[in-house]
Design a protein around this ligand. Structure first.
Ligand code: SF4
Ligand code: SF4
Length: 340
C-alpha cells in the first residue's frame, strides 16, 4: 500500500483510508471482520466521528491491542471548549485509547460556527490544550462548504482539511486543494461515492487515484469493497477514455442540481424532509416509479407543507434552488402516483 504524509504532522497514512459510517449497519462481529481485513490489507487510516452512532465503539473494540498499527481520526460537532472536551473524552473511551491521531471539528459550514470555534472559550482552545496534553496528536477540520473550507485553510490553524470530492463534486480542485497544498496541509477526501450516488465504485476510486496526494476515505462494509479500494490505491493510476465517458455520464445524469445531502438546509419550519425529498428524481430513476412512490411517500407528503419561504435555500452551500426543485419533485411524485 502506498503511504502518504498526513500534511505536516509527521504521520504517514495509507493513501486510501477507511470511512467509518457504513459499519454502523453491521453488528459488532461483522464490523470487526471488515475493519481487521482492512488493516491486514494495509489500510492504516480509520476515520470516524462522535456522531456516527456506534462506529467509534466498533473501531475501539477491534483495534484494542493493535493501537500502534492504526491511525485514528475522529470528529466533534461541538463548538464550545467544555462540550468539545467532553466529546473528546467520550471518543477516547469508546475508541479504547488514550490519544487520537487526528481530531477534527466536524462540518464547519457557517461563519458563526467558525467564530464560535475560535472565540475565547471555543472548541479550538480545548483542542489545543488536548494536543499539549498528548490526548490529540494533530488537529484537522472538515467542511462541506467550499467558501468556508477555503477560509479554514487560510487560518493556518489546521493540519488537514476534509472535504467532499468525487466525479460529480469536483469544485475543490480549482482553488481549495492548491491552497491546502501550498499550506502543507493533508487533504482528506470524503464522499468518494457521492454519498452513494455513484454505483460504480471502481470508477469513482480510479477517478480520485489520479491525484497522488489525496487521502481518500471510502466507506466500506464488506471485505470485497476493501479489496477493491486497496487494489486501486496500491497500483498505478489508470484512467481510460471509457472511464472519462462514464464519468461524464454521471455528471450529465446528476447535473449541477446535485444535492450533496449535507443537511445544512434543515430543519424546515414547516416540517418538510428536505434532504430526502431532494433525492426523489434520482430515487425514481434508480427504482421503478412505482417502487419510488412506495419508498418515498412519507417524505414526499411532507413537501405539501412547503410555503416557499426560501429559508432553506439561504442555508444551502451549493446554492440549489430548493423550493423550485421540491416543487418539481412533488409534481413528479404525483404523476408517478397517479399512474399506479
Ligand atoms: S422553502 Fe419550503 S422547504 Fe424550504 S424552509 Fe421554506 S417551507 Fe421549508
Ligand atoms: S439542498 Fe443543499 S443544503 Fe440541503 S442537503 Fe442538499 S446540498 Fe445540502
Amino acid at each position: 500500500m502506498r503511504l502518504v504524509p498526513l500534511g505536516k504532522t509527521g504521520i504517514q497514512v495509507s493513501a486510501v483510508g477507511f470511512g467509518g459510517i457504513p459499519i454502523i449497519r453491521l453488528d459488532f462481529e461483522e464490523a470487526a471482520q471488515v475493519l481487521r481485513h482492512a488493516a491486514d490489507k494495509g489500510i492504516t487510516l480509520f476515520d470516524t466521528a462522535n456522531r456516527y452512532a456506534d462506529s467509534e465503539e466498533k473501531m475501539g473494540r477491534t483495534f484494542a491491542g493493535m493501537r500502534d498499527k492504526v491511525v485514528i481520526a475522529t470528529k466533534t460537532g461541538q463548538r464550545a471548549a467544555k462540550a468539545a472536551m467532553e466529546e473528546l473524552e467520550l471518543s477516547l473511551t469508546r475508541l479504547k485509547t488514550d490519544y487520537i491521531d487526528l481530531y477534527q471539528p466536524h462540518q464547519v459550514s457557517q461563519p458563526a460556527e467558525l467564530d464560535a470555534l475560535l472565540a475565547p472559550g471555543g472548541a479550538m482552545e480545548a483542542l489545543v490544550r488536548a494536543r499539549a496534553q498528548g490526548k490529540v496528536r494533530s488537529i484537522g477540520i472538515t467542511s462541506h462548504s467550499l467558501e468556508m473550507a477555503r477560509k479554514l485553510v487560510a487560518t493556518g490553524l489546521f493540519a488537514t482539511i476534509q472535504f467532499p470530492c468525487n466525479i460529480v463534486e469536483t469544485e475543490a480542485a480549482a482553488h481549495l486543494f492548491p491552497e491546502a497544498r501550498a499550506a502543507g496541509m493533508g487533504i482528506l477526501c470524503m464522499k468518494p461515492f457521492a454519498g452513494g450516488m455513484l454505483d460504480d465504485g471502481g470508477l469513482a476510486l480510479r477517478f480520485l487515484r489520479r491525484e497522488p496526494d489525496l487521502i481518500v476515505l471510502p466507506g466500506c462494509d464488506t471485505a470485497a469493497q476493501v479489496d477493491q479500494a486497496v487494489e486501486i490505491f496500491s497500483g498505478e493510476a489508470a484512467w481510460s477514455e471509457e472511464d472519462a465517458a462514464k464519468a461524464q455520464g454521471y455528471r450529465d445524469e446528476l447535473g449541477s442540481r446535485f444535492c450533496r445531502r449535507c443537511e445544512y438546509c434543515q430543519p424546515c419550519p414547516q416540517g418538510v424532509r428536505i434532504t430526502y425529498a431532494m433525492m426523489y428524481r434520482v430515487v425514481a430513476k434508480r427504482m421503478s416509479p412505482a417502487k419510488a412512490v412506495q419508498f418515498a411517500s412519507e417524505t414526499m407528503e411532507t413537501v405539501r407543507n412547503c410555503i416557499d419561504c426560501g429559508e432553506c435555500a439561504t442555508r444551502c452551500p451549493y446554492n440549489l434552488p430548493i423550493p423550485e426543485m421540491l416543487a418539481e419533485h412533488l409534481a413528479m411524485y404525483d404523476s408517478h402516483k397517479a399512474a399506479q
